[in-house]
Design a protein around this ligand. Structure first.
Ligand SMILES: *[C@@H]1O[C@H](CO)[C@@H](O)[C@H](O)[C@H]1NC(C)=O
Ligand SMILES: *[C@@H]1O[C@H](CO)[C@@H](O)[C@H](O)[C@H]1NC(C)=O
Ligand SMILES: *[C@@H]1O[C@H](CO)[C@@H](O)[C@H](O)[C@H]1NC(C)=O
Ligand SMILES: *[C@@H]1O[C@H](CO)[C@@H](O)[C@H](O)[C@H]1NC(C)=O
Ligand SMILES: *[C@@H]1O[C@H](CO)[C@@H](O)[C@H](O)[C@H]1NC(C)=O
Length: 422
């Protein structure tokens, strides 16, 4: 039945919208590291015998529960790491020693090869080191390998690796010709994927599950723009256009995009599917949050990566919701009234289906004892649905509920009538 399929599609779509939660995030702001759970509760991640100075790049490996970070003012090292395992004493290890003419702009970890990769804006290269055991301590001139040595005027900045497709993505914030590029994780097949209309490229992330890239740019006069496209650079579109944020970092989670800004020192979130047009401020810090990463309990499941077909569904969803309304609260309200109506329609369809298998006369003629059972269930389910949506939302649209005893009878007759005319 086509109508049924459509109804179920809408119902599922709206049900997902209302069930979004924020990801758990690890945030580096100034000399503080914190864990922000579901966008609400936060706790400081204290490091054992280590006074941070200015934390910047972060990379988290869910397979070993290890956090890699860079501390700009650290005297001896520029990449450090700490285990976030529950029982861990949080001892900080120095991974890469510092030389004079090197910087760490961004970190990425590849759990497959156990490789830590980083971009060096000064040396204009992407380098890597193998993290094969605990307590690795490398000098820049020994075990470090160069993955890419870029052109003399390049300035590589953001870096993200994709453990599933074995790709590496980075931004080049060259003054006049900024680009977004990618290659295999081993460095082969380097290609530019976005090169036109990039103004001041600031932050970048990859949505591995949906195979999309997101980036933020500064426009003139205090405006900023967040754009996204498929990982091959096609299907480019505006994700958010706003005012007053000079974006410091950007991270894509399961349902939300997060970013932090320099001036107001806030962390923002916005749903990926376009169901809201208003970024929500999750936290405000004393210093800008330079590093924001998703804290996963489990490593990514590469089997769940979107195929092009399911990507099409995501796009359809976005369009559907955008068409409902631009303002988020109205959209939500509309969504809930839709859900209620759709649930009712679904129930009626189910009942019709149920009644179809029975003789119409039988129902009309029979005594109430046997045939009220399905309607009793119907009525109960509706009541439960109503309670549920009231719990989730204060502005729930009221579904007209039949009174317990007399209503049952009305429903009964109503459904029988429909069935007989059908
Ligand atoms: C960290 O700072 C505190 C207070 O400034 C100081 O007492 C402590 O010795 C410092 N620890 C390290 C490892 O530098
Ligand atoms: C960058 O680092 C590589 C490897 O460490 C080195 O060979 C190269 O000379 C450096 N380049 C610059 C411009 O410092
Ligand atoms: C690496 O550099 C250090 C000094 O920074 C030097 O003592 C050491 O010999 C170098 N090692 C190699 C393999 O070049
Ligand atoms: C790099 O990786 C790609 C894809 O995994 C592979 O096809 C290619 O042969 C590799 N190149 C080298 C030099 O290992
Ligand atoms: C880019 O990726 C999208 C989505 O996977 C696909 O539809 C499109 O054909 C690709 N474009 C090119 C030029 O490969």
């Amino acid at each position: 039945m086509k109508l049924e399929a459509f109804v179920i599609f809408i119902w599922l779509t709206l049900a997902t919208v209302s069930s979004y939660t924020h990801d758990d995030l690890i945030i580096a702001a100034g000399d503080q590291l914190e864990l922000l759970s579901q966008g609400t509760t936060y706790r400081k991640l204290t490091l054992n015998s280590y006074n941070a100075s200015k934390l910047s790049a972060l990379a988290y490996d869910a397979t070993t529960k290890r956090l890699f970070f860079s501390d700009i003012r650290h005297l001896e090292s520029h990449i450090l790491s700490v285990s976030l395992e529950d029982e861990s004493p949080r001892l900080v290890e120095e991974i890469i020693e510092k030389n004079n003419d090197e910087t760490v702009e961004s970190l990425a970890y590849d759990p497959v090869n156990k490789m830590l990769l980083w971009t060096d804006g000064f040396n204009r290269s992407i380098r890597q080191v193998q993290i094969d055991n605990d307590g690795i301590h490398a000098k820049e001139n020994t075990s470090v390998e160069v993955v890419h040595l870029l052109e003399s005027d390049a300035r590589p900045q953001a870096l993200v690796s994709d453990p599933c497709t074995r790709m590496l993505y980075w931004t080049n914030i060259h003054n006049s010709l900024p680009t977004i590029e990618r290659s295999h994780i081993n460095g082969s097949q380097r290609e530019v994927i976005v090169h036109s209309d990039l103004l001041q490229l600031h932050a970048f992330d990859l949505d591995i599950m949906e195979q999309m890239i997101y980036w933020a740019e500064d426009l003139r006069n205090g405006f900023f723009l967040i754009e996204r496209s498929y990982v091959n650079g096609s299907g480019r579109e505006e994700f958010y256009h706003g005012f007053g944020h000079f974006i410091a970092s950007l991270t894509v989670g399961e349902d939300y995009v997060y970013w932090s800004d320099y001036d107001r020192k806030k962390l923002w979130s916005l749903p990926k599917d376009g169901s809201s047009k208003n970024p929500v401020n999750l936290r405000t810090y004393r210093n800008p949050a330079m590093g924001v990463v998703v804290y996963r309990n489990e490593p990514l499941n590469c089997d769940l990566i979107s195929s092009p077909e399911s990507l099409a569904v995501v796009v359809q969803k976005t369009e559907l919701i955008e068409n409902l309304d631009s303002s988020s609260s109205t959209a939500l309200l509309l969504g809930f009234s839709f859900v209620c109506l759709v649930i009712m329609a679904l129930m009626i369809l189910l009942i019709l289906q149920f009644l179809k298998s029975r003789d119409c006369k039988g129902i009309r003629g029979s005594s109430k004892t046997e045939d009220t059972v399905p309607f009793q269930n119907f009525s109960n389910t509706l009541f439960k649905m109503n309670e549920l949506s009231q719990m989730e939302q204060q502005q729930t649209v009221n579904v007209q509920m039949p009174e317990n005893s007399s209503g049952l009878k009305r429903d009964d007759d109503f459904a029988t009538l429909i069935k007989c005319e059908f």
